[in-house]
Write a protein that binds this ligand. Structure first.
Ligand SMILES: NC(=O)C1=CN([C@@H]2O[C@H](COP(=O)(O)OP(=O)(O)OC[C@H]3O[C@@H](n4cnc5c(N)ncnc54)[C@H](OP(=O)(O)O)[C@@H]3O)[C@@H](O)[C@H]2O)C=CC1
Ligand SMILES: O=C(O)[C@H](O)COP(=O)(O)O
Length: 497
């Protein structure tokens, strides 16, 4: 159970979760707490510390000092500790998953999957780190015009320093470890600012790293409202790298952050283009899985279907039939559609639905909402003048735009300010490749819904969808800098003998 057993020390006598600093679980001197509202009951379920700027300052200072010795810890030892943390995390999947169910209404099975996937990510990262950080480059000078072979250049990868990790609510464990593990294996220290909704799952996860025995102060977890301590953290001169996943906040952070490397994974409006020759059963299954899993609260969710008019009726019928089978209700009951994360999120989604209604979209189901729970809704005959054609609902509402040419579909996707992923369904691989090349997105999936995973694949967004690329290997590389040592010889190396 959450907050019990090995997790007992992360909670205080009043039931408030502590923050983590210098290898200890602590109460904030602010005396204030932040409530975490259960999206299903809409009542406060957990409380976390509202940390102060002074506490943030101390955390960053300590992280800086500890990082120096961590960077000198042998790579194999860093990997060993990560493997240990991964095993502990998987061993405690049940209480962590329970937090995900209560804090973000993630369906019970998916919550367990997130924790197990996170353990696997940490292990893979440890192995990949040993491989890629264990090798460097060797260059000789006479390959560049005008040079003799008098210089040998040895390059290796060195850590950046203190990495700040800010994950979003929808994968508070997985998108936290996707930043923590690469940072640590590369020799950095790590400050985590978890999302408010999802903070308690993240604190449990951090405790698994604590139990693994990482040095004191190497990992810290500071809680509080992003809007209150966020700027102080992201603009702190002691931070050497920011890895952020979330919405438009990331754009604001990018503008304010100093000269530090940024990894930004932001929103998306992933288009799904269906050609006339597509396998419509496969497409319909992927549209429903891609559009409605975790109630559409995935950056990689299918967020607009662009279907050729000649097959649109058949496709919509097939999707509608599958939508009708989705179960709607409590995450504890493992329903497909569960309450969206906050009331304001539900209100925002409703605003998009009402706009589409006023402008004449065809409702394939009746719009239904109870509290934060919104029933899955397919909107047909959506036109470009409707907000839902462009904005991401981050909820279980999926627009269908009927197109008369492939170009029309591609142009719609490319006119978006987002460029995360896209997908195309066709039996013609040549067409699929041409469409993939034409789509201005970080990834295009052929005959499958968009997805970030598996976690070692590169994951990146163009335009407002992000900066840089995630994925285990890319994240390790991003959290390091190249260091060269040049050996200068008195004479060209091949003059002897
Ligand atoms: N491309 C990708 O990989 C993904 C993108 N997303 C996108 O994220 C959005 C939904 O996630 P959501 O969590 O609501 O996103 P937000 O951008 O609202 O929040 C993301 C994180 O930023 C924190 N934060 C808020 N304000 C600040 C600030 N001023 N400075 C620093 N940190 C701050 C939040 O903390 P707090 O909760 O305390 O406010 C949270 O931890 C969607 O747009 C979605 O598309 C989501 C997942 C993956
Ligand atoms: O936050 C998100 O939405 C994730 O990055 C998507 O991950 P998934 O495609 O593996 O569900």
């Amino acid at each position: 159970m959450a907050g019990s057993g090995v997790f007992k020390e992360i909670i205080d006598e009043d039931g408030v979760y502590k923050f983590y600093f210098d290898g200890e679980w602590r109460k904030s001197s602010s005396g204030k707490t932040v409530p975490i509202i259960n999206p299903t009951t809409r009542e406060t379920h957990f409380r976390v510390q509202a940390c102060t700027q002074e506490e943030v300052k101390k955390i960053v200072e300590t992280s800086k000092a500890v990082q120096k010795s961590w960077a000198k810890t042998p790579l194999w030892k860093r990997a060993e500790l990560l493997h240990k943390a991964a095993a502990i995390l998987k061993e405690h999947k049940a209480p962590i998953a329970e937090c995900l169910v209560k804090e973000i209404a993630k369906p019970a099975k998916d919550a367990v999957t997130e924790v197990v996937r996170s353990g696997d990510l940490v292990s893979y990262c440890a192995e990949e780190g040993v491989r890629i950080l264990g090798e460097g480059q060797f260059l000789v000078s006479d390959s560049f015009p005008g040079n003799e072979r008098t210089k040998y250049c040895l390059t290796s990868k060195i850590p950046l320093g203190v990495v700040l990790a800010i994950p979003p609510f929808n994968y508070p464990v997985n998108l936290a470890v996707s930043k923590i593990a690469p940072a640590l294996i590369a020799g950095n220290s790590l400050v985590l600012k978890p999302p408010t909704q999802g903070a308690v799952a993240a604190l449990h996860m951090v405790h698994c790293f604590h139990l693994a025995g990482f040095p004191k102060g190497l990992i810290s977890c500071v809680t509080g409202k992003g809007s209150e301590i966020g700027d102080f953290l992201t603009m702190h001169p002691g931070i050497n790298c920011i890895s952020f996943t979330g919405g438009d906040t990331g754009i604001a952070i990018s503008k304010k952050a100093g000269m530090v490397p940024l990894q930004m994974e932001l929103g998306g409006k992933d288009g799904c283009i269906i050609l006339e020759d597509a396998d419509l059963d496969l497409a319909a299954a992927n549209i429903v899985k891609g559009g409605f899993s975790y109630s559409g609260q995935r950056c990689t969710a299918v967020k607009v279907v662009l279907v050729m008019e000649s097959v649109a009726n058949t496709l919509v019928e097939k999707v509608q039939a599958k939508v009708a089978k989705l179960s709607v209700g409590r995450p504890e009951d493992d329903c497909d559609i569960t309450p969206v994360v906050t009331e304001s999120s539900a209100n925002f989604i409703e605003g998009l639905v009402m706009d589409a209604k006023e402008k004449g979209a065809t409702f394939c189901q009746e719009y239904k909402r109870e509290g934060n729970l919104i029933w899955p809704l397919l909107l047909d005959n959506v036109r470009p003048d409707m907000r839902i054609a462009w904005e991401e609902p981050f909820g279980p509402v999926l627009p269908v735009i009927r197109i008369n040419s492939v170009e029309e579909g591609i142009n719609h996707c490319n006119a978006s300010n987002f460029g995360l992923q896209g997908c195309v369904f066709t039996r013609d691989i040549n067409k699929a490749i041409l469409i993939s090349d034409a789509m201005e997105t970080g990834t295009v999936q052929i005959n499958s819904a968009p997805a970030r995973g598996p976690d070692h694949f590169p994951f990146q967004g163009l335009k407002d969808s992000g900066i840089g690329s995630q994925g285990i290997t890319n994240s390790i590389n991003m959290m390091t800098k190249t260091k060269s040592t040049v050996i200068n010889l008195p004479t060209p190396s091949y003059t002897v003998g």
